[in-house]
Design a protein around this ligand. Structure first.
Ligand code: ZN
Length: 134
């Protein structure tokens, strides 16, 4: 893994959270993106080398809605950048981690992503991401 690419934070109200995090960081978010397949609205802040991704559910069935229902707002996942997501998924699988999607899927911010089950990673949802270069 190359670096922590971003940290995902589940929020109830993206507009309110954007204001709050803009005050915290002293600068506004640089992007808002809806990921329809995941039922989320996201926004991104650049903080040095790392990004903060805020996630708001757009439907009650989305994983973010369920997460907030169960655990409240807060840190939802840590995303690590990898050079070759397919190779890294195979490596982690052989190490015994539980991969939540068998093939990489398209996530926000022009990335191929996959998630590891938090039960296999000490309770922290792990995202692997690889930039799509086209
Ligand atoms: Zn993410």
């Amino acid at each position: 893994m190359l670096k922590v690419e971003h940290i995902g934070i589940a929020v109830k109200d993206l507009t309110q959270a954007n204001d709050l995090f803009a005050k915290l960081f002293g600068k506004p978010h640089y992007k808002v993106e809806e990921v329809v397949s995941e039922g989320v609205n996201t926004s991104f802040f650049q903080v040095g080398e790392t990004k903060i991704e805020l996630l708001e559910a757009t439907q009650s069935e989305s994983a973010i809605a369920k997460f907030i229902e169960k655990r409240g707002e807060g840190i939802h996942h840590i995303a690590y950048e990898v050079a070759d997501i397919v190779a890294e998924m195979a490596r982690l699988k052989s190490e015994g981690f539980t991969i939540l999607n068998e093939t990489p899927k398209r996530g926000a911010d022009n990335k191929l992503v996959c998630f590891l089950h938090p039960k296999s990673t000490q309770g922290v949802l792990v995202e692997l991401c690889q930039e799509i270069r086209d």
